[in-house]
Write a protein that binds this ligand. Structure first.
Ligand SMILES: NC(=O)c1ccc[n+]([C@@H]2O[C@H](COP(=O)([O-])OP(=O)(O)OC[C@H]3O[C@@H](n4cnc5c(N)ncnc54)[C@H](O)[C@@H]3O)[C@@H](O)[C@H]2O)c1
Length: 455
């Protein structure tokens, strides 16, 4: 099923949309449309965002969509009709109807944005059906699932891209550029994490996704319908990739380096209970006030890499706090701490004295070629522009049927933090070994060239 498509790669960007040269063609496939034909599984809040970005592209046809919630299908069809694109085939009559989407010959690539427990099984089925597969974060829930992703990729030759959009943040890519140009010298230590007050997302009243209610599960909608259950039953870093993805690329993980072991600790769990008892629709007598939440409010994991770096990853989603991924990159020549609220750097021999230097001029100097090229058009794509870049990388890689920037090995290694942190916490911080998902090949795998301006 390793079909190679030879798009004639003459593309021009207008705004966030891509217009292809009129004589563009696929080679060696039955696709006469000259476009990548995409099926979208899961058109909830995230999938709709991907759909929007796909609809803006002239090199993509959305040929099928699947969601078990008819209201989401209706919203998607309205968007498709407004964009004057042709109506896709619709699936979603039951949980397994996505398999019928995967049977379609007129689907070359698949974007999966469903709840976490569906991720691996849908991605595995999609790769088995020979589709170029894009999978939302995190990719897997257990170590077995991490292996399923890798094994299926290797058995089928179908590619898997983990759709980690934070890897495309402007500051992240500028710092990656600085890393590649040796600004920090040999690297030693990193920090990152997902620190985002999600109490408003984890609870609602089943009517609106944000801002009302203390219900979840069957009484909630969107992420309250499924994500909150993970906080109830798992004491683990259940969402490691927004922080770890960018750092793993800077540290060449799976390409000359690898994640070796981890220790994790969890604070007590106060945040979700406190939210329920203080919410106007909750209170001490509310049935959900009696729930004992398993997930600690702040979970801290320390990872060791084969090349001797340490990476501290934090999961902090149940307490009031401003959003922060808290990046820190530190090497023998300097250090940077950066995020939306902080941008500071210290480089020995360049920064005056022992203090911090404002990082704006550095970010400008090392601005990534992708952002220079597509930045203005990308801004409206979602999450400050990064959603354009991640979908652009997916589409361009799928058109060529080449390995994506973030592949099955990355999906497995980054997502493995969830089950490993759970085991470590359960065992009082006992170290847990990462499986080597590359089967030793990390020593010779070459880093993806992140510095090009195409994707
Ligand atoms: N990268 C990011 O910035 C980002 C942001 C938000 C969410 N996400 C990720 O995207 C994924 C989806 O999150 P969301 O916020 O859109 O959740 P959501 O609940 O709004 O959407 C999930 C959709 O999947 C559908 N679904 C469930 N089971 C299905 C099945 N068997 N077949 C077809 N459809 C099915 C649901 O009906 C729903 O519409 C999650 O993995 C989440 O972590 C990523």
């Amino acid at each position: 099923m390793n079909r190679r498509r030879n798009f004639i790669k003459k593309s021009a960007i207008t705004g966030a949309g891509i217009i292809l040269a009129p004589n563009m063609s696929f080679g060696g496939t039955k696709n006469n449309s000259n476009r990548l034909r995409v099926g979208v599984i899961g058109v909830g809040l995230r999938g709709t965002n991907h759909l929007n970005n796909l609809l803006k592209r002239d090199d993509v046809l959305v040929t099928a969509i699947c969601d078990i919630d008819p209201s989401r299908i209706e919203i998607s069809l309205n968007k498709i009709s407004k964009s004057r694109k042709s109506k896709p085939k619709i699936f979603g009559k039951d949980d397994k109807d996505y398999l019928n989407l995967l049977d379609l010959k007129e689907v070359d690539a698949v974007v999966i944005s469903t709840p976490w427990l569906w991720h691996t099984r849908m991605a595995v089925d999609s790769m088995r059906a020979g589709k170029y597969t894009g999978l939302e974060v995190s990719a897997a829930n257990t170590l077995e699932e991490c292996w399923d992703l890798v094994n299926t990729h290797e058995e089928t030759g179908s590619h898997l891209m983990i759709l980690e959009n934070v890897n495309y943040r402007r500051d992240v890519l500028a710092v990656l550029n600085m890393v590649k140009q040796n600004v920090f010298g040999e690297l030693s230590h990193f920090r990152c994490g997902y620190q985002h007050d999600l109490r408003f997302v984890k609870f609602n009243n089943g009517k609106q996704a944000y801002g009302g209610g203390v219900e979840f599960g069957e009484k909630g909608i969107s992420e309250a319908a499924w994500r909150t259950q993970h906080s109830l039953l798992r004491n683990a870093d259940v969402y490691p990739t927004h922080g770890l993805g960018p750092i793993a690329v800077m540290a060449d993980v799976n390409r000359g380096n690898r994640l070796v072991s981890l220790t994790s600790h969890a604070s007590k769990s106060l945040g979700l209970h406190n939210y329920i008892i203080n919410h106007p629709e909750g209170g001490k007598e509310h049935p959900n006030a009696k729930i004992k939440w398993k997930q600690g409010d702040v979970i801290t994991s320390t990872i060791e890499t084969a090349m001797g770096e340490t990476i501290i990853v934090t999961h902090d989603c149940n307490l009031p706090r401003p959003y922060s991924l808290g990046f820190r990159v530190q090497g023998v020549s300097g250090i940077s701490e950066f995020d939306h609220h902080t941008k500071r750097i210290h480089v020995e021999g360049t920064t005056k004295g022992h203090g911090w230097e404002d990082m704006d001029s550095w970010l400008e100097k090392y601005d990534h070629p992708l952002w220079k090229k597509h930045g203005p058009g990308a801004k409206k794509a979602g999450h400050g522009g990064i959603d354009f870049f991640v979908m652009n990388a997916f589409v361009e890689s799928a058109k060529e049927n080449v390995a994506p920037p973030m592949d099955a090995y990355d999906a497995a290694a980054w997502s493995a933090v969830t089950p490993l942190s759970e085991l470590s916490i359960e065992n009082n911080g006992e170290p847990q070994d990462f499986p080597d998902f590359t089967r030793g090949n990390w020593i010779k795998r070459k880093p993806f060239n992140w510095m090009k301006d195409s994707y």
